[in-house]
Structures are given as C-alpha cells and as structure tokens.
Write a protein that binds this ligand. Structure first.
Ligand code: CP3
Length: 350
C-alpha cells in the first residue's frame, strides 16, 4: 500500500453473532445450532470411540476442542459452542454422574446441601479442563466466529440431581410444594457454582454465555418465577458484579406464555425460543431482547421442501429484528448431515 493511499475503511470484525446479541438487526441473521457437535457427525462418532466414557471426553481438552471445531470445519456457522455437558457441575460438587449407553444420564445419591456448599469453590477448579478447551478453541477459531460458553440452568440441573436420571421430573416438581426451602437451598448452591464456572469460562475465552433451562415446562407461574427467572437473574447479576460483561442467552425451553415475564426480568440479552413460539410473540420480544431459535429439529431431520419453507418463514417473520437463527432444541443424532448444510446455506448464502 502506498503512503498516499487513504487508510483502509475500518472493517468491523465484531463477530456477526455478537452484533446480533448487541441488539443489531443485520442483513442476515447469524446461525449456529444447539448440539451442532456430536453424534450427527461421523467424525465425532469416530473421535468418541477413543474416549473411555463421555465424562472423560468432556474433561479432555484436546478431544473436546476437536469436537467443538468439527462442525466449524464442515459448515460456515457463526458461533462455536464449547463441547461439555450441563451435568459436569453436579459431578464437580461431589455427586456421581455417568452415562448409560442408549439410556442417558445417571446420577448417584444426592449429597447433603451442606457438603455441596462447602465444595463450590473447589468445583470450579475441578472444571478447569473446560477452560483449557475454551483457550484452545479460541486460538484456533477465526476472529469473525464467536465462541459460546454455557452451563445448565439451576432448575434443570437440580431436576437431574433430584431424580438421578432423565425423567418426567415429578419428584423435582413436587419438591417445590413439599419442601420449597430445600429446593431453594439446592438452587442457591447451583447459582453460586454456576457463576464461578461461567466467570472461569469467560476468562478462558468465551465471548457469550448460554444458560440451558431445558425443563422450564409445566411450572406454575409463581414456581417458574422462583426456580427459573430469579436464579437466572441472580446468575447474570453475579457475572456483572465480577466485571463480566459478555452477553447472556437464556433458553427456558417450554416456558410458553411465561417467556415474556422471563425476558423482562432475567436480565439476559438473548432469549432462546422453542419450536412452539408464535411469530408474534417473537416479534414482541425483539423490541427488548435478541431472540434465538426455533426451527424444529424433527423438521431438520426430515428435510425436503417443508424444511426450506420453514427456514424462509423464520427468516421472514423474525429477520427484520435482532435474531439468531437456531433450532428450538438440539440436533437429533440421526440427522442427515446434508440437511444441516442445506439450512446453513439457505440462511447465509455460503
Ligand atoms: O454442541 C453442543 O451443543 C455442545 C455440547 C453439549 C452437549 N450437551 C454434548 C452432549 C451441550 C450444550 C449439552 C447440553 C445438555 N446436556 C443439555 C441441555 C440441552 C438439551 O439437550 O436439553 C442437557 C439436558 C444435557 C444432559 C445430557 N447430556 C443428556 C440428557 C444426554 C444424553 C442424551 C443423549 O443424547 O444421549 C447427554 C449426553 C451428551 N451431551 C452427548 C453430547 C454430544 C451424547 C453423549 C455421547 O456422545 O455419547
């Protein structure tokens, strides 16, 4: 470049994903998929055979970084999500966690709240491998692609801790009526451990955070407020108190009509919407927060014309406001890989 040339126009390298979370409406929405890493990819299934078990995989920064990056090599996603699991926190607090092949998670006896409260500080240490994964991924990822850290939200994590497995959550939901103080104390410990874990993730390179509240459904309004909205607000406030200013996406899956109260009170910058979310609801939310979602993973798996039409409809109904294209839940393991590429192409043109 000659000295007399004008300085180059400053190119905005802020990742598209973060610009959307800053409440910008863009020429096209950023896109990533929940569970974009994992069993839908043959290269993940191959990598997975080299780990003893899923939890060890999550605690191995080399393998976890590789799993995080696999979908980024295949598709022009705008964000990577660190490969880990929401059930690492219970493990770090002293509850035994393992995965039964083909059946999902299993958890041992729930330790006393006191013993878990005593281990909150140590729990973050025990999760330091996830920080190492984030560092490696951030170093390998192009600057225009963002890196997302995450944790399970306290209520959802508590349901697994109480039930000992994936379930209808009747025991956990009953506890809200039979022993609300016990549930509050468990959630308070999880809020504390989650704040520390997320602070660690941001210091290691996470540029945005997502709280997965996978089981926000079937809660009466006052219970929802107590176990979902308030703990989320406490986590966001806890992050801000420690000088962490990255955007937070809350995903209260199944919240239904309560998502509006949630968006107004949780303090999050982004709200994940599930497959049911009506167009008009999303549009109302977009006035104050960035919305994310809500393509049905079953439609992604099914593919065809109906998939193309729904992608176009989502772009049309929400693309005029701050929007992150995503699914309404995670990618199903048996989703044909070319269906993923087809949607990414339709949204990005890439
Ligand atoms: O790509 C990504 O989204 C990042 C990684 C990620 C995983 N789990 C990897 C995973 C994330 C963000 C999660 C979140 C998670 N984990 C949630 C919240 C989102 C949701 O799906 O509702 C929940 C409820 C869990 C708990 C969990 N982990 C279950 C119920 C299962 C078993 C179900 C199954 O599909 O087998 C897991 C295991 C798990 N987590 C796998 C992966 C890739 C499969 C394990 C394997 O490969 O053997």
């Amino acid at each position: 470049m000659a000295l007399s040339d004008p300085p180059p126009a400053t190119t905005d390298v802020t990742p598209r994903f973060l610009r959307a979370l800053a409440h910008e409406t863009l020429d096209r929405p950023p896109i990533w998929f929940m569970r974009q890493a994992g069993r839908s990819l043959p290269e993940y299934r191959e990598l997975r055979t080299r780990a003893q078990d899923f939890i060890s995989f999550c605690h191995d920064p080399e393998m976890a970084a590789e799993a995080t990056l696999q979908p980024m090599r295949r598709f022009p996603f705008d964000a990577a999500i660190v490969f880990a699991d929401i059930l690492l926190i219970p493990g770090a607090l002293g509850q035994r966690v393992w995965f039964e092949t083909g059946e999902g998670p299993r958890l041992g006896e729930l330790p006393s709240i006191e013993s878990m409260a005593d281990q909150v500080e140590a729990s973050t240490e025990r999760l330091s491998a996830i920080g190492e994964t984030l560092k490696r991924v951030r170093a390998a990822l192009e600057p225009e692609r963002a890196l997302i850290g995450f944790a399970g939200a306290p209520w959802t994590v508590a349901t697994y801790m109480i039930e000992g497995r994936g379930s209808d959550r009747v025991r956990a939901r009953s506890l809200a009526f039979t022993d609300p103080e016990m549930l509050d104390r468990l959630i308070a410990v999880l809020v504390d451990a989650t704040i520390r874990y997320l602070v660690m993730q941001v210091r290691a390179g996470a540029q945005a955070l997502q709280l997965f509240e996978s089981w926000a459904e079937l809660l009466p309004e006052d219970v929802f407020e107590r176990v979902v909205t308030r703990p989320h607000a406490a986590i966001v406030q806890g992050l801000r108190d420690q000088g962490i200013d990255v955007p937070v996406i809350g995903f209260p899956r199944g919240a239904g009509a309560l998502v509006e109260n949630y968006a107004a009170a949780a303090g999050v910058q982004g709200v994940g919407l599930d497959v049911q979310a009506p167009a008009a609801l999303g549009q109302r939310l977009q006035k104050t927060v960035t919305i994310q979602g809500a393509l049905d993973p079953l439609l992604l798996r099914a593919g065809g014309e109906a998939l193309d039409r729904r992608v176009d409809q989502l772009l049309q109904q929400w693309g005029g406001g701050p929007y992150i294209f995503n699914l309404g839940h995670g990618v199903m393991p048996d989703t044909p890989v070319d269906h993923i590429g087809r949607v990414v192409h339709r949204v990005t043109g890439l």
